[in-house]
Design a protein around this ligand. Sequence first.
Ligand SMILES: NC(=O)C1=CN([C@@H]2O[C@H](COP(=O)(O)OP(=O)(O)OC[C@H]3O[C@@H](n4cnc5c(N)ncnc54)[C@H](O)[C@@H]3O)[C@@H](O)[C@H]2O)C=CC1
Ligand SMILES: O=P(O)(O)OC[C@H]1O[C@](O)(CO)[C@@H](O)[C@@H]1O
Length: 383
Amino acid sequence: MKAVHFGGGNIGRGFIGLLLSQAGYRVEFVDVDDQLVQLLQQRGQYTVQLANEKADCTIVDQVSAINGNDKEAVAQAVAEADIVTTAVGVNVLKYIAGNIAEGIRRRLERSSPPLTIIACENTIGGSTQLKSLVYEHLPEELIEQADRVIAFPDAAVDRIVPLQQNEDRLKVVVEPFYEWVVDRSAMFEDSHEIPGVHYTQDLQPYIERKLFTVNTGHCCAAYHGYLQGFSTIQEVMQDQTILNEVRGALKETGAALISQYGFDSVEHDRYIDKILERFRNPYLTDEVVRVGRSPIRKLSPNDRLVRPALIAHSFGIETPYLTKAMAAALLFDYEEDPEAVQIQISLMERGVGLSIADYTGLPSEHPLHEGILLAYESLKRRK
Ligand SMILES: NC(=O)C1=CN([C@@H]2O[C@H](COP(=O)(O)OP(=O)(O)OC[C@H]3O[C@@H](n4cnc5c(N)ncnc54)[C@H](O)[C@@H]3O)[C@@H](O)[C@H]2O)C=CC1
Ligand SMILES: O=P(O)(O)OC[C@H]1O[C@](O)(CO)[C@@H](O)[C@@H]1O
């Protein structure tokens, strides 16, 4: 069986590629990083090391790679694939959609078997977003045909894979924990299931619990940590004041999730503790600027800060910690992050009120807006 995976980066190699390989797929990576593609082509294998005491290693072999700019080869790979997955970043999905559409067109021409396409990105409805982008490249009559044989189930992917600092460019160090949950209800009845993946008929609670706990907690640690001058999450987690901020935000998202989905509160507290332990993993070095990357995406209405705050608000739950984390995200002025730079320009040129409204979608009259504004001014004074 052949898997085509877009994005041979940290999650691509360290999680999705590894799991697909262990499930018996030959994995073909599609990436636009020339050096990475060449190395994967030359070696046909790479090492995944667990961030644990023993530094357990697994060799992922029988892999190959295609350059994402080689449209012909990419479309043909999709046409021949048994499964297609992505981990390129949600903002990059639009750039890979055309080649996936061309691959689908070729499959439909020769009545190929049904195909599952899964976007493994940190977002709600990633595969659904990819489907819309792909369908923009297909004519109406092919869309109807595609609907019958191409499934785009949404997914939640959870494994911390920091920026890599290994001598071997292909080696990737990952935390031992992983969870890949896929929406079974959006697949065809007889679709192949990947061993190691958890299938559910109702993904929404999983993805929101993961995004609003792992990712909310992580970005709170990153933004507050950045303001205090820390460089790694491991350092940040030693700071009691920031830990208090992170726990506070996770109490708020937890209350929202419990109200929304009826999770058991004791179990949810355990889930939070386990995640904080994962952030502390001493065998990982996870940079604050990686975890805080793309603050515009992270401040957007459907993402890890605003959406749980809105859910909480709808249940009458106060969210001072989440609004403070949003304010800290606005103060994340890391010069090498284009989104951080854009926010700083907006703050300077348009002021904080309009910037909050633009990035979070919360108008000035919304009660959460005022909270972010006050927290921003207070954090800025202390900076
Ligand atoms: N690193 C992590 O711990 C986790 C990341 N994720 C998600 O996985 C996705 C990828 O994240 P990372 O692996 O950390 O990023 P990364 O930057 O390590 O990997 C992304 C890869 O996509 C490639 N790429 C960029 N444009 C492309 C294109 N047009 N065609 C093909 N490949 C292209 C890049 O060259 C890079 O190798 C993101 O959506 C992230 O939110 C999800 C869970 C955990
Ligand atoms: O990949 P994103 O969405 O920029 O956010 C980084 C997040 O991804 C993770 O690496 C895994 O979910 C977390 O460590 C972190 O919260």
